[in-house]
Design a protein around this ligand. Structure first.
Ligand code: UD1
Ligand code: CA
Length: 460
């Protein structure tokens, strides 16, 4: 089929300089959600009608499979589809979606398309199907007018008389239309109505006049048809979307201490017996292995956490891999390029960047380890810093297996600590430390005999 996504509208009530369809749901522009949904239907043509906000929309969401049709000025939904018409393949039907209705499910769209293929008494592929819903308060929406149970037309709220306004079944705007007739009907639209717009909805009456059957299909859930016109609605849809993601995980056996305090902005995949405490945010692609537990208030982005690892409260992980049965946090920060092997420990106020830790290595307190290769069973003491940057270039620190780095040590890279070496506390290491030996750089401790503390001079 063809898919046309209408995304030219203004979004005045967002009170924002950003075009409405670029506002994010789960960290992605809402239009990107609609485009993904369209792609799940493998369309022959995918046309997005844009206008308000100028080139920002096509620039940000550019892709080879999308044709961008500019609508300027915006004279209504029918006028919007006219801009897309030249690209539509007449041998297949056209599905119309809205760029500001981001939560429609693929299942519902597939049912709508199926209804347009197989319903009624018309020729195959020459039918119309409209996604409709019964609303307690239908104010503002186009009403579905039926005669003897059959849809005969859609009347916009502003054009409707009292009897039509009493109808609760509304047009969600999402519909499938046979493409050849659609192009013809669009040419005949007039803007002689309350809003002086070219209404796409007027094609329903055209279809009925030509004997083309029109079917109504209901979505599985009302939220699938909700649109975003304001920040309030944006926040509401975000919560609905997050709740859906959370329940999907719960149904797959993930423990979420509170599904309402949990956010996925990307893709999160979880093994068995994963537990996630409150207020965590998952961004990009995150994988949690079997038995992983994530403490409260953690942010994980593009991370891989392997089986049995524990991520404790307030930990921030970005672009890192944590090996099996490791313990990270509380208050740890793993930055891009960090790869930790099994049973590593990274404790509070430790920052790792591009650091490779072999099995059982530990940095339990207050350290910065950047551009470093750390061997097995290495212990990095509190206050240790790799001085990896001279203001212009970055250098590597190598700490071989079983080394012990005393507290408050500076490793001035490039530098290597040999296997089994010990660095005394407070060492500033500027040359390699030999394997198996104690290296210490430290002023000798002295005690001044007869020294007196200064005392305050008496006043006056
Ligand atoms: C439209 C329907 C109405 C339906 C409602 C559901 C028409 C005439 N009316 O109302 O029956 O109940 O949606 O929300 O179709 N757009 C453009 N170009 C335009 C105008 C709109 O691209 O010139 C896009 C908007 O960006 C939006 C969508 O079309 O994504 C719907 O526009 P909106 O103004 O919200 O809907 P209405 O016309 O009020
Ligand atoms: Ca609307």
């Amino acid at each position: 089929m063809n898919v046309v996504i209408l995304a030219a509208g203004m979004g005045k009530r967002m009170r924002s300089d950003l075009p409405k369809v670029l506002h994010p749901i789960a960290g992605q522009p809402m239009l990107a959600h609609v485009i993904d949904r369209a792609r799940s239907l493998s369309p022959k043509r995918l046309v997005v009608v844009y206008g308000h906000g100028g080139e920002q929309v096509p620039t940000q969401l550019a892709a080879d499979d999308i044709t961008w049709a500019r609508q300027m000025p915006q004279l209504g939904t029918g006028h919007a589809v006219m801009q897309a018409a030249p690209w539509l393949d007449e041998t297949v039907p056209t599905l119309i979606l809205y760029g500001d209705v981001p939560l429609t499910t693929s299942d519902t769209l597939a049912r709508l398309c199926e209804a347009a293929r197989s319903s009624g008494d018309g020729k195959r592929g020459e039918q119309m199907a409209i996604l409709t819903v019964e609303l307690a308060d239908p104010t503002g929406y186009g009403r579905i007018v039926r005669e003897n149970g059959r849809i005969v037309r859609i009347v916009e709220h502003k054009d409707a008389d009292a009897a039509t306004r009493a109808v609760h079944e509304i047009n969600t705007g999402i519909m499938v239309v046979p493409t050849g007739p659609l192009k013809r009907w669009l040419k005949g639209l007039s803007n002689d109505n309350a809003q002086q717009e070219y209404y796409l909805t007027d094609v329903v009456a055209c279809a009925v006049a030509e004997g083309v059957p029109v079917t109504g299909v209901h979505p599985a859930h009302e939220w699938e048809t909700l649109g975003v016109n304001s920040k309030v609605q944006l926040a509401e849809l975000e919560r609905i979307h997050q709740r859906n993601l959370a329940y999907g995980l719960l149904e797959n056996g993930v423990t979420l201490i509170d599904p309402a305090r949990f956010d996925v902005r990307g893709s999160l995949s979880c093994g068995r017996d994963v537990s996630i405490d409150v207020n965590c945010i998952f961004e990009g692609t995150v994988t949690l292995g079997d038995g992983v537990s994530i403490g409260p208030n953690c942010v994980l982005r593009d991370a891989r956490i392997e089986a049995g690892a524990q991520i404790l409260a307030f930990t921030h992980i970005d672009g890192a891999t944590v090996g099996p049965a490791s313990r990270i946090g509380p208050y740890a920060r793993l930055r891009p390029g960090t790869v930790l092997a099994e049973e590593t420990h990274v404790g509070n106020f430790v920052e790792l960047k591009n650091a490779k830790f072999a099995a059982h290595a530990k940095a339990n307190h207050l350290a910065y380890v950047g551009d470093a290769v750390v061997g097995k069973r290495v212990n990095i003491g509190a206050g240790t810093i790799t001085c990896n940057y001279d203001g212009a270039n970055k250098y590597q620190t190598v700490i071989e297996d079983d080394a012990f780095i005393g507290s408050d040590t500076q490793l001035v890279a490039p530098v290597t600590v040999g296997a089994g070496a010990t660095l005394g506390a407070g060492t500033t290491l500027t040359r390699d430390a030999p394997a198996g030996k104690l290296t210490v750089s430290r002023a000798k401790q002295i005690t001044i005999e007869n020294w007196q503390r200064p005392v305050k001079k008496p006043k006056g």
